[in-house]
Design a protein around this ligand. Structure first.
Ligand SMILES: [Zn+2]
Length: 100
């Protein structure tokens, strides 16, 4: 998936919008993939609730450093194992998504 640019056409009234017709306010999400743990991005608000959505995608945060990526992945793996009996307390850690 290619990264969309932050062109001014995506910003209506200073709010980022996706490429749907009509454009919808973009949804802020957090990546939990090992390549970008905790990195926030914007995409189409319909992407998790419908197959009919656009491909708008834009990173909010800069790329994670190698040290941060390794540390986050190790910490997350440790927490998932050590707290496997109380998953209800860790909803954020159990979140996964389809994006980088
Ligand atoms: Zn859209």
């Amino acid at each position: 998936m290619s990264s969309s640019s932050s062109s001014s056409s995506h910003y209506l009234d200073a709010i980022p919008h996706c490429d749907c017709i009509p454009p919808l306010p973009a949804k802020e999400r957090t990546s939990w993939k090992p390549s970008n743990p905790g990195r926030r991005f914007l995409n189409c608000p319909m992407s998790l609730i419908s197959d009919d959505h656009c491909d708008f995608f834009d990173w909010i945060d800069p790329p994670v450093t190698e040290h941060y990526r390794i540390t986050q992945n190790q910490l997350r793996a440790w927490l998932m194992v050590s707290h496997s009996d109380c998953n209800a307390d860790l909803p954020e850690l159990r979140r996964t998504c389809m994006w980088p």
